[in-house]
Structures are given as C-alpha cells and as structure tokens.
Design a binder for this molecule. Structure first.
Ligand SMILES: Cc1cc2nc3c(=O)[nH]c(=O)nc-3n(C[C@H](O)[C@H](O)[C@H](O)COP(=O)(O)OP(=O)(O)OC[C@H]3O[C@@H](n4cnc5c(N)ncnc54)[C@H](O)[C@@H]3O)c2cc1C
Length: 454
C-alpha cells in the first residue's frame, strides 16, 4: 500500500486519515461500508497501478463512479475502493458531436459542457448521478424516446482490464467489447474515459408538470395511458404516484399530501403546448407548472429530493401494458407506503430506445412500453425493515402482470442475483457477456456490481 500511495498522482485514503469518513460515504445511507483503503485515482495510470496491486493481493475491489448506486456497490467492507471521483473532465467536439467524459463524471458535468454547444446525450433525471454506473447499466432519462438509452450512445471507451492492460475501444477496434459496455454493468474493467455521441437539444425544452390530488389518481392514469400510447419520440414522460412537493405554484395545504404528478420533456419547445394538451386539459388540476425550461434546469429538478446519506431501496418491474389491474395495484400500493417520501413511478418507454434490437447491446430487451420504478425513500434507520418490505411487496404484487425483467439500475440490494441478471440481459446476451468476462477479468476481480461470473 505504501508503494502504491507513493506512486499515485491521486491519493490513498486510509481509516486513520481525517477524511476517511467523507471518502467512504455513499449516497445511500443504508449501504454503509468500511473499506481498508480508498484510492482517489487522478489518472488512468493510477487506476492501472491500483488494479495490479488488488489483483496481486486478491483484494476485494469496488469501483466508484458517482457513488450513487442504490445497492452501494461503490463501497466494500475491508476491501479497496477505486474511486474515480477526481476524474470528472468533459471535453466536447461540437463538430463531431462527441464528448470525451472522464470515468467519474456526473451527469451535471456532462450536461453543462455539452449544453454550451446546444448538445446533449440522453442520461438520467438526477444531475449528481455518475455517468459510469448509469451508462454502463443502461441509462433512462428525459431524452430516452428521442435518442435512446445512455448506453446506446457510448461509442468508445478507455478501459483498464483486470490484468492492468489498457484498452482503447471503439466500433472498429473492438466491437464486441463495446457491445459489452453497452449495458454489461461494472463487470469488464474500469472505464477511465467514455466517448459519447451528442445530439442537438435545447437550450430550452418544454417541461410538463401537472399535479392532481390522489383521489383523482385512476382518472389521471387512464388519461395518461391513452395519451402516452400514441406519442411521438419527442415526448418522454412519467406519472409519479407520491406526494405534492413544496412549491410556490402548488397550494400550500397540498404540500406533502398524496397526489399524482405527470411529468414530461418535449424536446421541441414550440410543440410542447400542443403535445401536452391532452394531459394539461384534464379538469381541475391542483397545479400546472408546465412551460419552457432550460434543459440543464430540467436535469436538476429532482436534485433536492434525494439527499446524500438518506435511506433508499429501489426496485422495478416492466409492464407490457398499463392494464386496469396494474394501475389499481400501483395506486393501492402507493398509498400504503410507510414513508410519505416514497413513490411509484410509471415511466413511458418505447421510441428510439425500443428500436434497438435485444442482441445489439448487452442491455437486452427493450420491448416493454412501461417501467414501474418503486422507490422507498425514508429517513429513520429504525424504519428500514418496513420500507424495504413495502417496496418488495409492491414488486411482488405487480410480478404476475410484468414481463419478468427488472431494470438493473433500480436493483434493490441486488438480492435477485443471477436469475435477475439473466432475465434482464437475456440468455444469449448473458453468454456473450460471460465470454467477455473471461477475456477481461478471468479471476473475477470486478465482482461487486451485478456480477456475471467468468
Ligand atoms: C437520485 C438518483 C436518481 C437516479 N435516476 C436515474 C435515472 O433517471 N435513470 C437511470 O437510468 N438511473 C437512475 N438512477 C440509478 C443510477 O443509474 C444507478 O444508481 C447508478 O449505479 C449510479 O451510477 P454511479 O456511477 O453514480 O454509481 P456508483 O455507485 O459509483 O457505481 C455503480 C457501479 O457501476 C460501476 N461503475 C461506475 N463507474 C464506473 C466506471 N467508470 N468504470 C467501470 N465501472 C464503473 C461500478 O461497478 C460501480 O460499483 C438514479 C440513481 C439515483 C441515486
């Protein structure tokens, strides 16, 4: 360890260091970990040296991108964390519509740099998430129906394999490895730089934000189902069953009360009013905050809702349709939640993301038109069991109506294990990922994040 510490451009943080607790802290307070050391890498060479040391001494290794994995896979008790949090540079080539993004960059870093040129890549809806974990495992956000999943837009990478070798990957040099990085998770090595495709977006988009009281939930969801069934790719939306947020435009007596919110992003702001009319014209909304908004701002609207260190457990199921029974169960389950911070989110999928064939990326099948995100969010450690039980019960309740696939970025504590992974990737993709794993990491050094065993 001392030799590694001396050789690093970055810094090794150990338990006796003042900043150890800050360095090991993860977004999800439920997933506390105490690593032997955290290597704050600053360069690909730092990563390479750390990987070699870990492999030589058979250390358990966690890789940390943005540190926001729900299952806490960016930490490890007693092992070594390869922390990419110092590596957040983004450089944009507007002519080529490409960005080079360091392996620890947050979505906010990428959005800010690419929006300077009126460009963006599809990512998630929370700006502090790491591109690394989100993009390697899929990535669904406000541009998913227009420009696909985040992983569909990864066109190159620099990756350090378990033997310390450094690979520069693109469609020409290594199409199979690039295929694996599009949805294969943290299995294949440490990505120190991504190259992502950018698209013209913004600076303004049209944001939909319509709030109704929970008594109207079924009526609003019926309208949402009818509206979303026939939308152009320009609109990505979701219906959130939860509580009304605090906002000047929302009646104060509604704050924290059960409600349903329809949220949307229309990439062409001029078409926003027309495309959102069927949802906005529903009678008697509690509030309608819809309007043009800078894309960068839309990417940050949830930032205050998910503070670091709070307690979280998230699951998901894909639905082939918003059947009456599915909607009824979702509504019933939501308003039984033990924490008013928890939500059930109906994401409308389809569009560009669904036109990529299952075998074209490691991500797998995208045919389900709706994803149900089940978010248990709470504050008191004494409530852990009740909240986790609630989210598991919701997933179980919807299971017989679902496609049987979960979204691997909303993985609970990864307790679904191999069965969940195989179902998500599909058997043929799983076999291909396994072959790649044998090539890049035959001794399974990188095994904490949704592990495809070699
Ligand atoms: C508040 C919040 C909102 C979210 N919203 C969305 C959303 O809108 N859409 C969506 O799709 N997902 C969303 N997610 C889920 C998110 O995609 C996952 O939690 C993801 O794992 C976060 O990535 P990270 O890099 O921050 O996490 P980390 O915990 O740092 O990484 C997770 C794992 O990914 C791997 N990894 C990360 N970076 C690298 C790298 N550079 N090289 C190799 N492996 C790496 C590692 O194995 C690591 O353990 C959200 C999560 C949060 C916390």
């Amino acid at each position: 360890m001392d030799a590694l510490a001396a050789a690093l451009t970055g810094r090794l943080v150990r338990a006796e260091d003042d900043d150890y607790d800050a360095a090991r802290a993860l977004w999800n307070g439920v997933t506390e970990r105490r690593p032997a050391a955290i290597v704050r890498c600053a360069t690909t060479e730092d990563v390479r040296r750390t990987v070699l040391l870990a492999a030589e001494h058979h250390l358990l290794v966690a890789v940390r991108g943005g540190g926001h994995n729900v299952a806490g896979t960016a930490g490890v008790d007693g092992g070594l964390v390869i922390d990419l949090g110092e590596m957040r540079d983004v450089s944009v080539d507007p002519g080529a519509r490409l960005a080079r993004v360091a392996g620890g960059a947050r979505l906010g870093d990428l959005d800010a740099a690419s929006q300077e040129h009126g460009l963006a890549t599809p990512a998630g809806v929370f700006s502090d998430t790491g591109l690394g974990g989100l993009g390697l495992t899929g990535g669904i956000g406000w541009l998913r129906r227009r420009f696909g999943l985040t992983c569909d837009n990864i066109v190159g990478a620099t990756i350090v394999a378990a033997d310390g070798s450094v690979h520069h990957v693109d469609e020409e040099s290594d199409p199979e490895l690039l295929w694996g990085l599009r949805g294969g998770g943290g299995n294949l090595g440490v990505v120190t730089e991504f190259v992502v495709r950018l698209h013209p977006v913004g600076p303004e988009v049209y944001a939909g934000f319509v709030v109704h009281r929970a008594e109207r939930a079924m009526e609003v969801l019926h309208a949402y189902r009818d509206w979303s069934a026939d939308l152009p790719d320009e609109v990505s939306s979701m219906a959130v069953l939860g509580a009304a947020p605090e906002d000047d435009a929302i009646p104060a007596e509604l704050t924290g009360q059960p409600c349903v919110i329809v949220l949307a992003c229309v990439t062409d702001p001029a078409r926003g009013p027309e495309l959102l009319a069927p949802i906005r014209d529903l009678p008697d909304p509690a509030a309608d905050l819809s309007g043009p908004m800078p894309y960068v701002e839309l990417q940050q609207i949830f930032d205050a809702d998910y503070p670091n260190g709070m307690r979280y457990y998230w699951r998901s199921v894909h639905l082939p349709e918003l059947s009456e029974e599915a909607l009824r169960r979702a509504v019933d389950q939501t308003y039984r939640r033990p924490s008013a911070l928890s939500t059930i989110d109906l994401w409308h999928m389809g569009g560009a993301m669904s036109r990529v064939a299952p075998e074209d990326t490691a991500f797998g099948d995208r045919s389900a038109p709706y994803l149900v995100g089940i978010e248990a969010n709470w504050t008191d450690p004494g409530d852990d069991e009740a909240n986790v039980r609630w989210a598991r019960a919701c997933a179980a309740d919807l299971d017989d109506l679902s496609t049987g696939r979960e979204y691997l970025n909303f993985p609970g504590f990864q307790e679904g294990g191999q069965a969940t992974l195989r179902a998500a990737h599909g058997e043929a993709n799983y076999a291909r990922l396994r072959a790649l794993k044998q090539r890049m990491d035959p001794d399974n050094l990188f095994r904490l994040h949704q592990n495809v065993a070699p």
